[in-house]
Structure formats: structure tokens, C-alpha cells
Ligand binder design. Structure first.
Ligand code: HEC
Ligand code: HEC
Length: 644
């Protein structure tokens, strides 16, 4: 076996992971997933104060902000918040902390001295990540529900949104250049047709002066689960971590990143272009589900959390830039006299070879530019570097604790618990399995690498072998999967439980115990659809959606195959959406629940929008009665589908 996988490598894999997002404001008990009971402690984001004394942590399932003493490594206090606390941003002087209240539609403004919520700023329903720009008195907030960035003017009293800027899809993480001229937003999932072989997620770069999108930078084909981004101290580079799925290849093996790999992309912010994408995996040890990334104060190092494998990687990014420019320092092991031809020596001769890095599982390792260490807990998500650069704080989601690592060596200095962590019940154990790539052969991916956002979709399609080869299927959401048997688009399995077990065995390829299967099943069956962001603020259908509902149930004849409450008759039909290798055209009627977040549509992902399903992809007129509908009626029907 050679040390390199240059050439056409394969494929890939998975995506990073994990971000989950669900949920709702307190009070909306009915829609809260029982899998994430509020009693569990689940630290998700973390920031360190500029004076080095305090660390703030958002606890997603605990519903609070937890305040930790960095030196004593103890918990100092806690503030109850609304919804599910997610992203954090601290003003430059450390006096004000902003917390995204996912599901509650607000940002909590906390006075760090008095430790009180002093106000709330209304944003999208599902704010994820935020970043402050102190000199220009702005706060930028990523809204997962409306695929947009809210721009908040902090100079105004009360602070309020002055603009909403559309981005691509589910902004998961934001960063600002030090001069506050550009805001970079990571879009979690790709938005495009599954039939497009170049389908990929993108970074949105916003010009903070015009408040318009300056560039949308596509990541390499198969990029998805774009969970984290940070910016170099000179403001030149955005470093973004993501999964890189080899979705154009059949899933015949997991080895060597054939299905999913995990990557770091380097983007030139001012140029709006991608310099390079490097794989974080080793040849036989995947680095599943990269989640967060931070940069050292001098710009020479990066730290990345890998939620699926419970590791942190330390990247010598200064060295990588040297190598990319072809002028690596002589002491670099990759270029020492006597070392054979490798990707770096090739790049020295031909910078065009930089493009091959996204297929090379050895580049970072032979350059001595990556080290991976334990995260000091389970399911690491958020990262923060201490003000003096000596410590790295790691939010270990399933441990309910923040680990303190030495930044230079990764050595564990201690852990700070957010509070008592109850023994996990079956659903929480299943949730942990679902997000754990160490169960998978060579740890390339977890279930969550493809089923993002707690069992939903990755925006890609995959060619599994269970229904033959050469007939890729758009990833299915698992919400209520037990209520919509048979399983998979071609109904290749009758029972949901067998399918969960099959998933563990075939996708992850490791023998599972009976208890693992039971736990996984308990988790998956606990998932509940979230109320659509397209409903009115009081949870009702809009007027257009009302009209669409009447058509759905009446003239358009959709109800026949998509009856409530799960919007499927659980049967196979040929609705005229034909694929070459499946001439019978028969597919299991999919549930339409949460259709607002599962694009693209139809078995192979050929339809980008719900309207496309009813129009351009219904040329044979076998899919409901849509030909007699006016354009406005089609729009009304699509509005109803977005509300489910
Ligand atoms: C490489 C991406 C990928 C990974 C990893 C993955 N899945 Fe899937 N999953 C899919 C796709 C694509 C489908 C749709 C397949 C089809 O329609 O034939 C699917 C379908 C399913 C279904 C059927 C849903 C239904 O309603 O019919 C279940 C259940 C499921 N996956 C569970 C899991 C579990 C559990 C894991 C982890 C052990 C997992 N998946 C890992 C991509 C993935
Ligand atoms: C004869 C049964 C039948 C009728 C009637 C029907 N559908 Fe479907 N629907 C299906 C099947 C089967 C699929 C899956 C087709 C595929 O995957 O290629 C589907 C897929 C869909 C999808 C894509 C969902 C996804 O996640 O990929 C949407 C949206 C949809 N139907 C909406 C409608 C609407 C709206 C109507 C009424 C105008 C309607 N359907 C009428 C059987 C039906």
C-alpha cells in the first residue's frame, strides 16, 4: 500500500459533523425532543474573557450560560436563558456577552459584571452563531431558519436589526476580519441539485460597508457540514472546516476516505477565492466531523475539534502557507534532501498541483504539520484560546464539561464540569452512538456526518449498494422514520428497526450489540419535527399556505398518496420521475414533514425546490394533478409544503 492516495481518490466521506440544531423556546414542550432532556449538560460553544480570568459556555440542553473560573478550573455561576443557547460573542473589552437563543428568536445581552440579562434583541427564530464588530458597533447573527445574517446596530438604543442579508443555507458559524470590513459566514449544507456532480457547500463573504454579499466561495465538490470558520489575525485568510463527501462514487468500501473525508479549506477573503483544501484524516484513521476551529494570536497555528472522534488537531498553518507558496523552510521534513517525490515537492514545481491536495490523505502528515490529541472528553464542539494563548478550552458536549488543554502540546490540564450529569438514558446513549465515528471502520464518519441536524440531511445523495449500483439516492431525514415504513426510497427494508441495525452494520461496518441497536432506535424514534419557520409567529398557516392546503387536499389530489399526519401512504408508486437504472419508476412515497429543510427533492435529488417537484420535474403529469393549476396556485401549494 502506498502512503499516498493521489490520483483519483475517491471518495469520500463524510462530513463533519454535527451540529445540531433543533429547537425551541421554553414553553414549547410539545415539540421538544425527549432525547435531549434539559437535565443533561451539553456545552456547545465557549469564549474566553480578554482578562484571562473567565470562560463562558453555552449549555444547549441545560438551557443556560455557565460561567467558569479559568484559573481555579471551577464553575462560578450560571444564567438561565431562553431556547437552546448556542453561539457566543464577547465585546472586545469583555463587558458584554451576546448569546444566540436558538428556537427563541433572540440574542440575550448579558452584562458580565452583574451577570444579568440586560436586554434581548429580536433576530431569526433559530440564531446559531454570532460575531461582534466593536469599532463599527455591530453584531452579526446567523439565522438557520431564514438562511440569513441579521445585522444589528449596537449604537442604537435599543439595539436592533438594521438589515437581513440572505446567505446560501443554514449559516452555522460567522467570523469578522480584524478591520471589520468583511464578515465570513459558513453555510452548513450545500444547496443544489443532487444530479450536479460539482454540488458543494459555500462560504458567504459579506462586505460590511455595503452590507451586500461580496463573494460566495464554493468549496470542493461534496463539501458539506461546514461547521466552523476562523480568520487569520492579518485578516487575509478564512480557515473553514467541513466534511468532504465523495458522493459521486458508489459506496463499495469505507477504506481510505472512499466515502467521507474531513477537510480544512483556506479561502482568500479579499479575492473571494479558495487557495487550497487539505484533508485532516490520516490514511487509515479518519478525523470525522470537524466542528470548530480557532487560530493562534500570531497566525501560525490552528486548533480544530473533531466531534466524531473526540480529538483536537493542531495544525501548523504557518508552515502550510510556506509549502503552498513553494518556498518551504529547509528543515521541513517534507522537503529534506533525500525525501522522495510527494505532493509538496510537486507543488514546488507546479502550483497547479495544489488542487490535488483535496485528494491527498498524507499531505499534512508528511509535512509534520498536524498532530491529533484527545479532546479530554466526548463529542468536542466549541473551542476557545485563552488570552495569553497558552490554554485551549474545549466544550465536550456529551461529557457535560469543558476540558482545559495546553495549547502547544494538547496535554490535558483539567476539566471543569458544568454540573451534575445524569446517567444517560437509552435515547441519550443512542444520540451518542449516532454522533460517534469511533464505532465506524477507520473512523471516517458517524451517522451524523450524513444525517446532519439530528437525523436530517446533508444535502447530498449517495449510491448505496442495497438497491443496486449506479442509482444514487438523496439522503433521507430520519424524523418519524419508524412511522413511515417501508424504508429507503426503493423500500429495500421492511422494518425501521432492521434499518437502524443495518445502518450501524453496513454504513459503519462494525458489529453492534443488541443494546447499541436498542439505544439507537430509542434516539431515532425520539426525534420530532420542528415547527416550520414558514408558519406565522403564532404557528398558523399563512394565507397562501391555507390556499395551498385546500388544493393539496382537493383539486391537486396530493392527499391520495400523502395523507396526514406523516404525509405518506407508505406505498410505492411510479409518479413519472424516471431514472435510467430503475425503469419501473417506483419509489416509496416520502413523508413531507419538514420539507422546508430537506432540499434537494425526489429520489435522486434532481429537484432543487418544492416548486420544481410540481413543475419542471412533473413533465409526465403523473405526480398529482398540477397541470390545471395556475402559477399562483402552484406557489400556494409550494407555500403549504414549506409549512409542514
Ligand atoms: C454516507 C452517508 C450516510 C451515512 C453515514 C448514514 N446514512 Fe442513513 N441514509 C443515507 C441515505 C442516502 C439514505 C437514503 C437511502 C435510500 O433511500 O435508499 C439513508 C437512509 C437511512 C434510513 C432510512 C430512512 C427511511 O425513512 O427510509 C435510516 C433508518 C438511516 N439512514 C439510518 C442511518 C444510521 C442509523 C446511520 C449510522 C449508523 C446512517 N444512516 C448513516 C445516508 C447515510
Ligand atoms: C400516486 C401517489 C402520489 C401522488 C398523488 C402525489 N405524490 Fe408526491 N410523491 C409520491 C412519490 C412516490 C414520491 C417519490 C418520487 C421520487 O422519489 O422520485 C413523491 C415525492 C414528492 C415530493 C418530494 C419529497 C422529497 O422529500 O423528495 C413532494 C414535495 C411531493 N411528492 C409532493 C406532492 C404534491 C404536492 C402532490 C399533489 C400535487 C403529490 N405529491 C401527489 C407519490 C405521490
Amino acid at each position: 500500500m502506498t502512503r499516498s492516495t493521489q490520483g483519483k481518490v475517491p471518495a469520500v466521506v463524510l462530513l463533519g459533523a454535527v451540529l445540531m440544531f433543533p429547537h425551541l423556546a421554553r414553553g414549547e414542550e410539545s415539540s421538544r425532543s425527549p432525547a435531549v432532556g434539559r437535565e443533561y449538560r451539553s456545552p456547545i460553544c465557549v469564549v474566553a474573557s480578554p482578562d484571562g480570568e473567565t470562560v463562558y459556555v453555552s449549555d444547549r440542553t441545560g438551557g443556560s450560560l455557565v460561567i467558569l473560573d479559568a484559573a481555579e478550573m471551577t464553575k462560578r455561576g450560571e444564567i438561565a436563558l431562553h431556547g437552546q443557547p448556542r453561539g457566543l460573542a464577547l465585546s472586545a473589552d469583555g463587558s458584554t456577552l451576546y448569546v444566540a437563543e436558538h428556537g427563541a428568536g433572540s440574542v440575550a445581552v448579558i452584562d458580565t459584571k452583574s451577570r444579568e440579562v440586560v436586554s434581548r434583541i429580536g433576530v431569526g427564530k433559530w440564531p446559531t452563531s454570532l460575531v461582534t464588530a466593536d469599532n463599527t458597533k455591530r453584531l452579526y447573527v446567523g439565522n438557520q431558519d431564514s438562511n440569513s445574517i441579521s445585522v444589528i446596530d449596537l449604537g442604537q438604543r435599543p439595539a436592533a436589526a438594521i438589515k437581513q442579508i440572505p446567505v446560501v443555507r443554514e449559516p452555522s458559524c460567522l467570523a469578522a476580519t480584524p478591520d471589520e470590513q468583511f464578515i465570513v459566514a459558513a453555510n452548513l449544507l450545500p444547496l443544489g441539485r443532487g444530479t450536479d456532480p460539482t454540488l458543494s457547500a459555500a462560504l458567504s463573504i459579506i462586505d460590511a460597508r455595503s452590507l451586500e454579499t461580496a463573494a460566495t466561495v464554493k468549496l470542493p465538490p461534496g463539501a458539506t457540514m461546514v461547521a466552523g470558520v476562523c480568520i487569520s489575525p492579518d485578516g487575509k485568510w478564512a480557515y473553514v472546516v467541513h466534511g468532504l463527501g465523495r458522493f459521486n462514487m458508489p459506496i463499495t468500501q469505507l477504506e481510505h476516505g472512499w466515502v467521507n473525508t474531513n477537510a480544512l479549506s483556506i479561502v482568500d477573503i479579499a479575492n473571494g477565492s479558495r487557495l487550497a483544501t487539505l484533508l485532516l484524516d490520516d490514511l487509515t484513521q479518519g478525523a470525522a466531523d470537524p466542528n470548530s476551529i480557532v487560530c493562534s494570536h500570531d497566525g501560525n497555528r490552528l486548533w480544530i475539534s473533531h466531534a466524531g472522534v473526540h480529538e483536537i488537531s493542531l495544525i501548523e498553518i504557518g508552515l502550510i502557507h510556506e509549502l503552498l507558496h513553494g518556498n518551504a523552510p529547509l528543515q521541513s521534513p517534507a522537503l529534506k534532501a533525500g525525501s522522495g517525490a510527494n505532493i509538496w515537492t510537486q507543488i514546488q514545481q507546479d502550483r497547479g498541483k495544489i488542487a490535488d491536495l483535496e485528494n491527498d490523505l498524507t499531505a499534512l502528515f508528511i509535512a509534520g504539520a498536524i498532530r491529533r490529541t484527545s479532546s479530554g472528553g466526548t463529542g468536542p464542539r466549541g473551542l476557545a484560546l485563552s488570552a495569553n494563548g497558552q490554554h485551549l478550552f474545549v466544550a465536550n458536549y456529551y461529557s457535560g464539561a469543558v476540558a482545559v488543554l495546553r495549547a502547544d502540546t494538547g496535554k490535558l490540564q483539567g476539566t471543569i464540569s458544568l454540573g451534575p450529569q445524569p446517567e444517560p438514558n437509552a435515547a441519550r446513549r443512542g444520540e451518542i452512538i449516532f454522533h460517534d465515528a469511533t464505532h465506524a471502520f477507520q473512523r471516517w464518519h458517524s451517522c451524523a456526518s450524513c444525517h446532519a441536524n439530528e437525523g436530517r440531511v446533508d444535502g447530498l445523495r449517495w449510491d448505496f449498494l442495497g438497491d443496486g449500483i449506479g442509482n444514487p439516492k438523496d439522503t433521507l431525514s430520519l424524523v418519524h422514520f419508524d412511522k413511515t415504513e417501508p424504508m429507503n426510497r426503493r423500500a429495500t427494508m421492511a422494518s425501521a428497526r432492521d434499518c437502524a441495525k443495518g445502518g450501524l452494520e453496513s454504513t459503519n461496518m462494525l458489529a453492534s450489540t443488541e443494546q447499541d441497536v436498542n439505544d439507537l432506535f430509542a434516539y431515532l424514534t425520539s426525534l420530532r419535527p420542528l415547527p416550520s419557520p414558514h408558519l406565522t409567529p403564532d404557528g398558523k398557516l399563512t394565507k397562501a399556505a391555507e390556499r395551498g392546503k385546500a388544493l393539496f387536499e382537493g383539486r391537486a389530489n396530493c392527499l391520495r398518496c400523502h395523507p396526514a399526519p406523516y404525509f405518506t401512504d407508505k406505498k410505492m408508486h411510479n409518479v413519472g420521475v424516471l431514472s435510467e437504472n430503475e425503469p419501473d419508476g417506483r419509489y416509496d412515497t416520502p413523508s413531507l414533514l419538514e420539507a422546508y429543510r430537506t432540499a434537494p427533492y425526489l429520489h435522486d435529488g434532481r429537484a432543487l425546490t418544492l416548486k420544481d417537484v410540481l413543475t419542471v420535474e412533473n413533465q409526465r403529469k403523473q405526480h398529482g394533478k398540477t397541470d390545471a393549476l395556475t402559477d399562483r396556485e402552484i406557489d400556494d401549494l409550494a407555500a403549504y409544503l414549506l409549512s409542514l
